[in-house]
Write a protein that binds this ligand. Structure first.
Ligand SMILES: Nc1nc2c(c(=O)[nH]1)N[C@H]1C(S)=C(S)[C@@H](COP(=O)(O)OP(=O)(O)OC[C@H]3O[C@@H](n4cnc5c(=O)[nH]c(N)nc54)[C@H](O)[C@@H]3O)O[C@H]1N2
Ligand SMILES: Nc1nc2c(c(=O)[nH]1)N[C@H]1C(S)=C(S)[C@@H](COP(=O)(O)OP(=O)(O)OC[C@H]3O[C@@H](n4cnc5c(=O)[nH]c(N)nc54)[C@H](O)[C@@H]3O)O[C@H]1N2
Ligand code: SF4
Ligand SMILES: [Mo]
Length: 743
């Protein structure tokens, strides 16, 4: 079923699952007529077993939010919005888009899709299809603020940007985490419902979780903590590898079988023993040596990085090094080690077959950055809109994203958006980004559309299948993204598909809707029933009969050379000696010491009752909230002449923001942490009242290696050099000298 019809009657309970973050916890919705009255955890879901977090429960308030956009809005000249009919909106959008396309430059159309897109198969497939049908390279996403580095490492090490390795954390004896806080984020690049309980169980059976983090995070507090100076993880990882080689702890048989050439990595690592890197990282040498020995000795171990590690300079190298540590200690493709998932539908493999698991097949016009899995870095988006010449973006779409708030250089983006011929947003709210759109088109929430657990299902530590029909009819005039894209495509004469054969069929009048694509994909997947040929296989009918979901196996399959299937290089080995990674090793070795004029390092953190820049309009999550604040160590606060609760000014090479400070010994000295996703203005009134400030205004937006990693387009958000002063002191510009120092 696609969209549910309005006019339902009676009170009913419907099983579904949350699509806000990666565990996708089971939910039960109570529905009265067409109205959602409550969400609660689904006790029958075999993986989340009656667990959901406050955000999932608070989705009721997003669903019913009076501030939600429920009819198409058109921006007036004075910046306010007026409701218009779908036809009025789509007619005008189609005319203006056709005008842009008529000039024959496909790159004049740009699209940014945000994080919630990874939870909606129909949105993702139709958006990508539309962009591919136009033929523009100007596709942007939250990836460059998140996983572009990890995807680049996948491309370099395994030969496919979408070959994402999975840390088998539920069976491991030692989980070494770089820059992740699963007790708050609920896990990322691992989809493990009840992750907190899983980690407690791991410890109770004698295993360990060790967290490398500049903050004594919630996970570090409950397990083991290694404090680090933000932005220096690459040096620590190199020292761990150095110790393995120095002390003869490398599993040479595994390396010979699995790696093409370990030489360059070994030689570089041997130059960075822990005694030499302690000054950068702040991690004592004996701690590093002990950790390396523990990794080698553990029956199974897995090294993992997440946003704290993947959004700093050298992030691609970091992602490769975490994998290298797993290989060097003999932990590739074994239970509790580094594995590959068993999804209900292998979307990334399908993408690979369709030629979409790409890296560097196109480059941005501005800055010459490679595409990574199809998207370019959002940092160049404003310049791609303003730099004259062929390929300039003139028509722009933004779906499920808030880049003014979440990407670097929000202010520059706002200015650039003002110069477009057409800007169309598909969102639940008028946000810091969508308020600049010519049209804000109302979309369904995940409760109003059908979905399987989409992309994060590839990284489920317990292989799992589920399907949810829409729980509710769309509120007001909301439509699913794919329907909007389909409607627009028809009006401009396109078939939104990434597959050329499907575009051809579409032109002949055969247009297959997403739920048919899904039904086929489920039945023809390795887990599928092959239309009855495999009695135990999956179909949507079978999934509908088991609405709390189906466990496909106790754990992800390992062994028997399974890792080779993930490798696309011709020699079927992992590559750590390609020119890009060797270049990064050389860059690391040549890296000068940091600039003393900006002595602190900026980092971030996530909060339990916040989700990136959204969900801040749910009173349930915002009630009793303390104002948005930075976190600093007591010794640094004293040195900067600021005290707990003071309004401070954080100054970087590129900007300055003011906000209150919380002085706490959670922070390892030398760092300052600011949660992202704040500084609200727009139609979401509760969020706007809380406002806060935006740490991304401290990030530089020039195409400069200090701001953007050259090989991945990854924005450097963590480890950015800053200084702090009392906000009531006279502002002085960032030290001129600092601009010239390559920190
Ligand atoms: N400083 C700093 N910045 C960061 C990060 C950080 O750690 N530090 N983290 C980065 C990361 S990991 C990410 S993923 C990005 C996120 O960056 P974005 O994806 O750009 O932003 P979100 O805050 O997730 O905004 C999601 C938007 O989608 C809307 N929305 C919600 N559900 C739906 C839906 O079903 N359909 C549609 N069409 N819209 C919907 C919401 O109203 C909201 O406007 O932020 C990044 N920015
Ligand atoms: N409650 C909540 N849950 C979320 C989200 C949310 O906004 N709120 N966002 C979702 C999204 S889009 C994502 S991508 C995931 C992210 O999932 P995670 O990456 O687990 O998210 P964080 O909780 O931000 O954890 C990052 C950790 O890195 C640390 N860190 C910062 N700088 C450095 C550094 O230089 N080195 C090291 N080693 N660590 C560093 C931070 O202190 C923090 O503890 O979370 C998802 N889940
Ligand atoms: S942990 Fe994530 S998926 Fe689970 S209920 Fe909370 S927001 Fe939803
Ligand atoms: Mo993310």
């Amino acid at each position: 079923m696609a969209t549910m019809a309005k006019g339902q009657t009676g009170i009913r309970e419907v099983k579904t699952f949350c699509r806000i973050c990666e565990p996708m916890c089971g939910l039960v919705a109570t529905v009265d007529g067409d109205e959602l009255t409550q969400l609660r955890p689904d006790a029958d879901n075999p993986v989340s077993r009656g667990q959901a977090c406050p955000k999932g429960i608070a989705m009721t308030q997003v669903q019913n939010d009076p501030d939600r956009v429920t009819e198409p809005l058109r921006r007036r000249a004075d910046g306010t919005f007026e409701p218009v009919s779908w036809d009025e909106a789509m007619d005008d959008i189609a005319v203006r888009l056709k005008r842009v396309l008529a000039d024959g430059d496909p790159h004049a159309v740009g699209w940014y899709f945000g994080n919630p897109t990874y939870f909606s198969y129909s949105h993702f497939l139709w958006m990508k299809g539309f962009v591919d049908a136009i033929g523009t390279r100007n596709l942007f996403s939250a990836n460059s603020q998140d996983v572009a580095s990890r995807f680049t490492a996948n491309a370099l090490v395994y030969g496919s940007s979408l070959a994402i390795p999975l840390a088998d954390i539920t069976r491991t004896d030692l989980w070494l985490i770089f820059g992740g806080n699963p007790l708050v984020s609920h896990g990322s690049l691992v989809s493990t419902p009840r992750i907190k309980d899983e980690l407690t169980a791991l410890r109770d059976r004698g295993g360990r979780v060790v967290v490398v983090d500049p903050r004594l995070s919630e996970t570090a507090r409950e397990h083991e903590h290694v404090g680090i100076r933000a932005g220096t993880d690459a040096w620590l990882l190199m020292s761990l590898i150095c110790v393995l080689f120095e002390e003869g702890l490398v599993d040479t048989a595994a390396v010979t079988e699995q790696v093409d050439d370990i030489g360059p990595l070994r030689d570089a690592a041997l130059l960075l023993p822990p005694e030499l890197t302690v000054e950068r990282t702040g991690v004592p040498a004996d701690r590093v040596r002990a950790l390396a020995r523990d990794l080698a000795a553990a029956p199974s171990a897995v090294v993992y990085g997440r946003t704290g590690a993947h959004t700093q300079d050298f992030a691609t190298l970091i992602a490769a090094l975490t994998d290298a540590l797993c290989v060097l200690t003999g932990n590739l493709d074994k239970p509790g080690g580094l594995t590959f998932g068993r999804p209900m539908v292998p979307w990334s493999k399908i993408a690979k077959l369709a030629g979409l698991a790409t890296y560097a097949t196109k480059r941005s016009r501005v800055g010459d950055y490679p595409e990574v899995a199809g998207t370019l870095p959002s940092v160049v988006m404003p310049a791609e809109m303003t730099t004259p010449g062929p390929g300039r973006i003139r028509a722009f779409f933004c779906s499920a994203g808030n880049p003014v708030n979440t990407a670097p250089g929000g202010d520059t983006l706002v200015e650039a958006l003002g110069g477009l011929d057409l800007f169309v947003a598909l969102d639940l709210y008028v946000t810091e980004t969508t308020r600049h759109a010519d049209y804000v088109l109302p979309v369904t929430t995940f409760l109003e559309r059908d979905d399987p657990p989409f992309i994060p299902n590839e990284l489920a530590t317990t292989p799992f299948a589920q399907f949810s029909d829409p729980v509710l009819p769309p509120r007001g005039q909301a439509r699913e993204e794919w329907q909007i894209i389909d409607d627009l495509s028809r009006r401009v004469g396109l078939v939104p598909s990434s597959v050329p054969a499907a575009r051809l069929l579409g032109r002949l009048g055969v247009r297959v809707p997403p739920h048919v694509v899904l039904a086929l994909a489920v039945r023809l997947s390795p887990e599928g029933d092959f239309f009855g040929l495999r009695r135990k296989g999956l179909s949507l009918r079978k999934l509908r009969e088991r609405p709390s979901g189906i466990v496909l196996g106790d754990g992800v399959p390992t062994g028997g050379g399974r890792w080779r299937k993930a490798v696309s290089h011709k020699d079927k080995r992992l590559h750590f000696a390609g020119p890009e990674l060797v270049g990064e090793l050389q860059r690391l070795l040549a890296r000068p010491a940091p600039d003393p004029a900006l002595p602190l390092r900026l980092t971030g953190l996530r909060e339990l009752r916040s989700h990136n820049s959204w969900m801040h309009n749910a009173p349930k999550l915002m009630g009793g909230r303390k104002p948005h604040a930075a976190r600093m160590a007591p010794s640094d606060a004293a040195a900067c002449d600021v005290a707990d609760g003071d309004q401070i000014r954080i100054v970087s090479r590129s900007g300055a923001i003011e906000l209150p400070v919380l002085v706490t010994d959670e922070i390892t000295p030398g760092n300052i942490a600011v949660p992202h996703g704040w500084k609200h203005e727009g139609g979401w009134r509760v969020a706007t009242a809380a406002s806060g400030n935006n740490p991304n205004l401290l990030l530089g937006t020039e195409c400069d290696d200090r701001n953007v990693e050259r090989i991945s387009g990854q924005t450097v958000m963590v480890g950015v050099p800053v200084r702090v002063e009392p906000a009531d002191s006279v502002p002085v510009a960032a030290p001129a000298a600092a601009a010239a120092v390559p920190t």
